[in-house]
Write a protein that binds this ligand. Structure first.
Ligand SMILES: NC(=O)c1ccc[n+]([C@@H]2O[C@H](COP(=O)([O-])OP(=O)(O)OC[C@H]3O[C@@H](n4cnc5c(N)ncnc54)[C@H](OP(=O)(O)O)[C@@H]3O)[C@@H](O)[C@H]2O)c1
Length: 258
C-alpha cells in the first residue's frame, strides 16, 4: 500500500503545485476539480513526470450530496496520509441579499468541505498514528475587509479550526497546518473576474509563485509549524495589521479597498 495525498482543487494554482510536489516525494495522488479536461491533463502530466498513480474526481463542492459521497469514499480508504483542503474561490461583493447565494457557496467550499473531509480521514490517521492535514487559508484570514466579509471570515475560521485541531490530534501523531498565502500567481483572480494585470499594477503587493508557497508549506510541516505564512512580506503585513489599533485599521483598509 502506498501513502496517498488527497488534494481538493488540484486543477490549477496551489493545489496543482501540491499534487506535483507530493507525487515527486513518492505519494500516490487523488485530485479533485470541476474542469474535467484540465483535471485529466494535470493528472496525465503528473503521472508522466513522476510515475506515480494519480486518480481524479470531478467534484462540485457546493453540492452537499457529492461532498458527502466523496467523504465516504475517503473514509473507506486506509491509505490517506495527507489531506489538503485547498479548493477555494474569491468574491468581491458586499454582504447583501443579492450576493447571499455566492457567500453561502463560499462557506460550503471553504468551511463545510474542509470539516467533512477532515472528519472522514481522521479515523484512519488515528489508527495508523500518522498523517498530515493542510487547510489552505489566506493572509486574508487576518484581515477583515469590506466586500470580502465571508472570504476573510471563512479563512479566519480555517486558521482557528486548524490550531484547535492541531492541539487535539498531536497526541495521535497527526500534524495540522493552516497555510496562509498572500498574493499568489494562479487562476484565482481571473476566476474572481479581477484582471490579473490590474492587480499586478498595484505596486505595494508582493507576488509569489504557487511552487514557492508549497515549498514554504512543506518546510513548515517538517518543523511542525501550525500556522504557515509564506514570504517575509506577508508575515510582516499579517503581524502589523493584526496589531494595528482597530479604528486606524478600519480607516486604512476602507481606503485601500475603495
Ligand atoms: N491566489 C492567491 O492569491 C491566494 C491567496 C491566498 C489564498 N489562496 C487560496 O488558495 C486556494 C487555492 O487557490 P488558487 O490560488 O490556487 O486558485 P485557482 O488556481 O483558482 O484554484 C482553485 C481551485 O479550487 C477549485 N474550486 C473552486 N471552486 C470550487 C467549487 N465550487 N467546487 C470544487 N472545486 C472548486 C478549482 O477547481 P475547478 O476550477 O477545476 O473547478 C481549482 O482547482 C484557495 O483556497 C484560495 O482561497 C489563494
Amino acid at each position: 500500500m502506498h501513502a496517498t495525498a488527497v488534494i481538493t482543487g488540484g486543477t490549477s494554482g496551489i493545489g496543482r503545485a501540491f499534487a506535483r510536489a507530493f507525487a515527486e516525494r513518492g505519494y500516490d495522488i487523488i485530485i479533485t476539480g470541476r474542469r474535467r479536461k484540465v483535471l485529466e491533463a494535470t493528472a496525465a502530466e503528473i503521472r508522466a513526470a513522476t510515475g506515480r498513480k494519480v486518480e481524479t474526481t470531478i467534484l462540485e463542492l457546493t453540492d452537499a450530496r457529492r461532498r458527502s459521497a466523496f467523504g465516504e469514499f475517503l473514509g473507506a480508504r486506509d491509505d490517506v496520509e495527507v489531506l489538503i483542503n485547498n479548493a477555494g474561490f474569491g468574491l468581491s461583493a458586499e454582504f447583501d441579499a443579492e450576493h447571499l447565494r455566492r457567500h453561502l457557496d463560499m462557506v460550503e467550499v471553504h468551511v463545510r468541505a474542509t470539516l467533512e473531509f477532515t472528519a472522514a480521514v481522521l479515523p484512519g490517521m488515528r489508527k495508523r498514528r500518522s498523517g498530515a492535514i493542510i487547510n489552505v487559508s489566506s493572509v486574508a484570514g487576518f484581515f477583515p475587509m469590506p466586500r470580502g466579509s465571508i472570504y476573510s471570515a471563512s479563512k479566519a475560521f480555517l486558521i482557528s479550526f486548524s490550531e484547535s485541531l492541531a492541539m487535539e490530534v498531536r497526541k495521535d501523531g497527526i500534524r495540522v497546518q493552516a497555510l496562509c498565502p498572500g498574493m499568489t500567481r494562479t487562476d484565482f483572480h481571473d476566476h474572481m473576474g479581477v484582471s490579473g494585470k490590474e492587480i499586478t499594477q498595484r505596486r505595494f503587493l508582493v507576488w509569489m509563485s504557487p511552487e514557492r508557497v508549497v515549498e514554504a508549506s512543506l518546510g513548515a510541516l517538517r518543523r511542525n509549524r501550525v500556522v504557515c505564512i509564506p514570504g517575509v512580506f506577508n508575515r510582516v503585513v499579517a503581524r502589523v495589521f493584526s496589531h494595528t489599533p482597530r479604528r486606524i485599521y478600519y480607516r486604512l483598509v476602507a481606503g485601500i479597498r475603495k
